[in-house]
Write a protein that binds this ligand. Structure first.
Ligand SMILES: [Zn+2]
Length: 163
């Protein structure tokens, strides 16, 4: 299975609301396997379909002790607050502190189309929210105040030209 190219900010697909996953077939299973491989290769803990150029509500994740495939994900409950560093493979891993809920409950479909719910706390809850955001065309930098967002984008673009 091939490793896919990771799309980077400001590619358009990263800002689009994803199309729902409707076919739970071998093609989807293969796609998820590519996504896991691409994520591990990039040393990420989560990867959403828009990050490999696909306008689709789908992500894979392997964070702390939670490994899953989430199609058509929704965050259905949150609790508390946490404030810690967050980065994104599509924004060159340039990190920033983002305030998010401490706990989150994810509702999604697995690769067979079966609905499930999963609770997470801390880092894994953050990953749930970060990846679900990707499926809605939102990046973590969109949660930052405008000045901090602009600074981060500038830093990212500068790093990109060094490559
Ligand atoms: Zn991301």
């Amino acid at each position: 299975m091939p490793i896919r190219k990771i799309t980077e900010y400001p590619e358009k697909v990263l800002g689009e609301v994803g199309r729902p996953v409707t076919k739970f077939d071998q093609e989807l299973a293969n796609l998820c396997s590519d996504m896991f491989e691409t994520m591990y290769d990039a040393e990420g803990v989560g990867l959403a379909a828009p990050q490999i150029g696909l306008n689709l509500r789908l992500f894979v994740m392997d964070c702390e002790d939670i490994k899953l495939i989430a199609a058509n994900p929704e965050i259905i409950a949150t609790e508390g607050e946490q404030s810690s560093q967050e980065g994104c493979l599509s924004v060159g891993k340039v990190p920033a502190v983002v305030v998010r809920p401490q706990k989150a409950r994810l509702r999604a479909q697995n690769e067979k189309g079966e609905w499930f719910e999963q609770d997470a706390e801390g880092y894994a809850a953050r990953a749930f929210m970060h990846e679900t955001d990707h499926c809605n065309g939102t990046l973590f930098i969109d949660h930052l105040p405008k000045m901090r967002r602009d600074m981060l984008v500038k830093k990212f673009k500068k790093e990109k030209t060094w490559k």
